[in-house]
Design a protein. Structure first.
Ligand code: 1GP
Length: 271
């Protein structure tokens, strides 16, 4: 297993401390080899978890090949670190977590799956349908399922449109808190506040603060449209446990350039 710590992936995501950084990799946007190079560069820069998934479920999508390529690359780096007493082997304890658009975007090679409901979708398929379809497959694969409420905010981007979401407006604090409380009461362990990949308006800081205060026991993940370390810092200071970046990492083909950009991003996020 690429993820070799003694505890579960949920435990890794629950460990408190500084806000952590997650990179999301869309297997439909790059080859498995490129995905693996980008994953390694971001881990060196400080990323502590990798989500693999996108907002379209395409038959034959290279999800599995992407997970395997990333896993093999991490294992190689871990082995190299184990041969060098100056290297920190633990930095390679980075779980690969499926973040699927549907029951077909799965891989038994992943360390875990965000078992999520798009809570504010109008389409029952995204609220419970894909979950029922995927459950026997995930059970058979034996990968850790982490229950997660996924809530999409305006502007919503592609996931808001494809997921047929009743978008929560950026000033609707009461609405956001109600979703967060429902997530807690339904037994979800994490809540993901999503503004949509590539949007020009990340989730509002006051929304994050209110959700943080309402459900301190849930792992709070925030993503969508945070292109700068300063934007990530605002979300971190508002109480996000994890900040997710996707698009930005796909803009760099050169691994060392990506590593430098993400190192600065993560440093600023934590200031
Ligand atoms: C997608 O929230 C993430 O689920 C990432 O968004 O691509 O805008 O970084 P970006």
């Amino acid at each position: 297993m690429a993820y070799e710590v003694a505890h579960s992936v949920l435990h890794h995501l629950q460990s408190k401390g500084n806000t952590g950084h997650i990179v999301v990799i869309d297997p439909d946007d790059q080859t498995p080899e490129v995905a693996a190079k980008r994953a390694i560069a971001t881990i060196i820069a400080g990323t502590r978890a990798i989500l693999v998934g996108g907002s379209t479920a395409i038959d034959g999508s290279p999800v599995h090949d992407t997970v395997v390529a990333i896993k093999e690359a991490i294992e190689l780096c871990r082995w190299n670190a184990s041969q060098d007493s100056d290297s920190d082997e633990d930095m390679w304890d980075v779980p690969i977590i499926l973040f699927p658009a549907g029951a077909r975007a799965l891989s038994p090679a992943a360390d875990a799956i965000t078992y999520m409901s798009l809570m504010n979708s109008r389409n029952l398929q995204f609220v419970m349908g894909e979950q029922v379809l995927g459950a026997p497959i995930v059970e058979k694969m034996g990968i850790e399922a982490i229950p997660m409420g996924y809530v999409v905010f305006a502007p919503g981007g592609k996931v808001g449109a494809v997921g047929e979401a009743n978008l929560i407006e950026s000033d609707d604090i009461e609405g956001a808190v109600a979703y967060a409380l429902a997530a807690k009461m339904l037994g979800f362990k994490m809540i993901y506040l999503e503004a949509g990949s590539g949007v020009n308006q990340p989730v509002d800081s006051q929304i994050i603060q209110a959700v943080r205060a309402a459900v301190p026991e849930l792992v709070l993940i925030v993503g969508g449209g945070m292109r700068t370390g300063e934007q990530a810092q605002a979300s971190a200071r508002s109480g996000a446990d994890w900040i997710v970046t996707g698009n930005l990492t796909e803009e760099y083909d050169d691994a060392s350039e990506l590593e430098n950009v993400m190192r600065k991003y993560i440093q600023t996020m934590r200031e």
